[in-house]
Every structure is written in C-alpha cells, then in structure tokens.
Design a protein around this ligand. Structure first.
Ligand code: C2E
Ligand code: MG
Ligand code: MG
Ligand code: MG
Length: 291
C-alpha cells in the first residue's frame, strides 16, 4: 500500500490528495489491528479503571466517583479512551467491555464501603451502543448490584445527551427500566449537542453533567455565563442535580459555588486516581478537605 501511495504522489502533482490517501490507508490498518487487539484485551487484563472524585459545593464532601477506563496496550503503551472507545463501539466489543467496567466499578465501591464506611456513589459511563442496542444491559446492571450487594441508589449511570436524544421513545422506556432498579440516571456531556427542554421534562433524569467545553467559558462574560445560570435555575426547579465537569481554576469553583451548582469534578480538586491512590485520597480528604 505504501508503494502505491508513493507511486501516486510521484506521478501526480496533487501531493496533498495522495498524502491524504496514504494516511487514510495507514489509519485503516492501525484501526484494524487495534480492534483485533481489543478483542482479547479484557481476558488479558489490559484494562483498568481510574476514579475521579465529585464534591458537593455546599459541604465539600466527596459524593461520587466517576469510573474512567484505561487501556495499557502490551506494545503500544497507554491508549486513551477517546482513541479506543469508538473502535470498541463500532466493533461491538463495547458490550463485553462495558459489562466488565460496570462490575469492576461496583466491586471497587463495595470494597470502599466495607473498608472505609463511606457513603459514596459510583458513576459509570454507558456507551450509546450499550444504551441503544445491548438488550442484556439492564440484566447486567441488576447482576452487578446483586453480586456486590450495592443499592441502586449508589450507582449513577452516565448516558450522553446525544444518545438520549437520538433514541426517543425507546430511550424513555430504557430509562424507566433503569429507574425501576433505583439507579440514578445522569445526562453526560450536557451542553454539547441538541439540548432539548422537552427531554428534561419527559425523561426521568436525576442529574445533568455540564461538559468541560462549556465550563471553560463560564467566566468569559459571554452567553455561557447567562446560560449556565438559567440552566441551574431550571435544574433546581425540576429537582435535577447538576455536576460541573472539568473545573480547573479557583475562579470557576467560586463562581459555581455562588450559583449553587451541586457538584464539581475536575483537575482543580483531583485528577482521576488509581484505586490505591483513591483510598489514600479519601483518608487525606477526611483530615484536610480539598476545599
Ligand atoms: P466523559 O465521560 O465526559 O469523562 C470526562 C473526561 O474529562 C475524562 O477524560 C476526565 O479525565 C476528563 N476530565 C475531568 N476533569 C478534567 C479537567 O479538569 N481537565 C481536563 N482537561 N479533563 C478533565 P477521559 O478519562 O480521557 O475520558 C474521555 C471520554 O471517554 C469520557 O468522557 C467518556 O466519553 C469516555 N469514557 C471514559 N471511560 C469510559 C468508560 O468506562 N465507558 C465508556 N463507555 N466511555 C468512557
Ligand atoms: Mg462521563
Ligand atoms: Mg462528560
Ligand atoms: Mg465527555
């Protein structure tokens, strides 16, 4: 393939076009290889989870932990989720991977409850593919709760705004089944897609997570500032908890506290932590809170 691309680029004046073709070829091959590697990565124990704390702005308490998957590839090293989740989704591997993530996160939380007696929740990201096409997903949630003895109220299931918007009536029914398991439904990446007020009215949503892209601009004096104020007022009215994601500065934290945004998550308070570091973090936070 590389030879063909070389031949083309030498024999036509339109190098950029051929370079593009060659790049696409390489990317396609790499993707193919990565998908093959993904197939066995669960069994080979190449995945692990990190946990990023979410804090109450009112009390400073650690309220929930977002589980974030990581892949340590045997030869390529660390691969971030934004690079492999889309491949896991297009190949269907996300179903197996998603169940592993759910179980692993619930097991960790059960251990945390037992060892530290802390009343903390766990937030698990649910892929749009799991949400829309994995019919066994609800069963998997029920199993995870049963096996770990956790109450559904300890589990936040994060589903992206776009996944909820795309599947309409089916989404409503799936969310209602989730609510029957007593779990919390969280709308992730809020503010990045088509945000519909009707969805907030009709869908059984317990929490909104405002995307970092939005939080980045709340102090800019632009419209984000007004929109977030209105969003928080609306959420309060509808009894929906709000999490601000990607909080990186003290000025942002101060503003979000002032507006009574319920929870904050971001590098300012803590980066995602390995399990060992998490337990240590919780001990330290109990002695000297991060804010
Ligand atoms: P997300 O669910 O919106 O997760 C939040 C992302 O923002 C995480 O990136 C987190 O590390 C990052 N983040 C949090 N606070 C800050 C901050 O203050 N500054 C910056 N720069 N980043 C911050 P991560 O772990 O790379 O995950 C990226 C995306 O990959 C996630 O977005 C989610 O869509 C997906 N993902 C991650 N873990 C899972 C998983 O277990 N299952 C599924 N289905 N998707 C996952
Ligand atoms: Mg999330
Ligand atoms: Mg998010
Ligand atoms: Mg995101």
């Amino acid at each position: 393939c590389a030879d063909i691309a070389m031949y083309h680029s030498k024999n036509s004046g339109r190098n950029t076009f051929n370079f593009y073709n060659e790049t696409m070829e390489v990317v396609a091959l790499e993707m193919h290889q990565l998908i093959a590697d993904l197939q066995n990565a669960v069994e080979n124990e190449e995945f692990y989870l990190q946990y990023q704390p979410q804090f109450s702005t009112l009390t400073g308490e650690l309220v929930s932990l977002e589980a974030l998957v990581r892949w340590q590839h045997p030869t390529k090293g660390f691969i971030p989720p934004n690079d492999f989740i889309p491949l896991a989704e297009s190949s269907g591997i996300i179903v197996k991977l998603g169940r592993w993530i759910l179980m692993e996160a619930c097991r960790m939380l059960a251990r945390l409850h037992k060892e530290m007696g802390a009343e903390i929740r766990i937030a698990v990201n649910v892929s749009p593919v799991q949400f829309a096409a994995d019919h066994g997903f609800l069963e998997a949630v029920r199993d995870a709760l049963q096996e770990t003895g956790l109450d559904g109220a300890c589990l936040d299931l994060e589903i992206t705004e776009s996944a909820i918007m795309q599947s309409g009536q089916v989404a409503l029914e799936t969310l209602q089944s989730m609510k029957a398991l007593n779990v919390n439904v969280s709308m992730d990446d809020f503010g990045t897609g088509y945000s519909s007020l009707a969805a907030l009215r009709d869908m059984p949503i317990d929490q909104l997570k405002i995307d970092k892209a939005f939080i980045d601009h709340i102090l800019g004096g632009g419209r984000e500032h007004s929109i977030i104020k209105a969003m928080l007022a609306l959420a309060k009215e509808l009894d929906i908890e709000v999490v601000a994601e990607g909080v990186e500065t003290n000025a942002q934290l101060k503003f979000l506290k002032l507006l009574r945004c319920d929870l904050v998550q971001g590098y300012l308070m803590s980066k995602p932590l390995s399990e060992d570091n998490l337990f240590e973090f919780i001990r330290q936070h109990a002695e000297s809170p991060v804010f």
